[in-house]
Design a protein around this ligand. Structure first.
Ligand SMILES: [Fe+2]
Ligand SMILES: [Fe+2]
Length: 135
């Protein structure tokens, strides 16, 4: 599995968001290393951490949506809520042996990659425009 990578085009110019994205990328990458070793207890702890950190990150972004009056906030918030819901239901499937941890993390990686590159990009572009006007 190819690792997620931070790159400068993911930069939003907002420090706490950028730091959180870096942390999320690290968490997802370490998930892959754990599945390779099949360390069940550590995997469980990591999934809990990922869920908590995702909720925390989403609430940070949503706080900035209000601050910047972001017009696509509702659609974006819906994507966040869907991910949390899906992560929980997929994790249930993992626990019931209906899904492997490998495919669970593959799903998360694909989701985050797409979300960072495309969904979050929309507000990054918008925030940049707003800031340019302010100068
Ligand atoms: Fe994000
Ligand atoms: Fe987001």
């Amino acid at each position: 599995m190819i690792e997620l990578q931070w790159s400068s085009d993911l930069e939003s110019g907002i420090k706490d968001i950028d730091n959180q994205h870096k942390e999320l990328i690290e968490l997802i990458n370490s998930a892959h290393k754990l599945t390779e070793k099949n360390e069940v207890k550590k995997i469980e702890a990591l999934i809990t951490k990922l869920l908590d950190y995702s909720r925390y990150h989403f609430s940070t972004e949503e706080k900035y949506f209000i601050e910047y009056n972001y017009p696509e906030a509702e659609e974006h918030k819906f994507e966040h809520a869907k991910l949390i819901e899906k992560t929980i239901s997929k994790y249930e499937q993992v626990k019931n042996n209906q899904e492997t941890t490998r495919s669970f993390f593959a799903f998360l990686k694909t989701w985050w990659e797409h979300h960072l590159k495309f969904d979050d990009k929309k507000y990054r572009d918008y925030f940049k425009k707003i800031r340019a006007k302010e100068i």
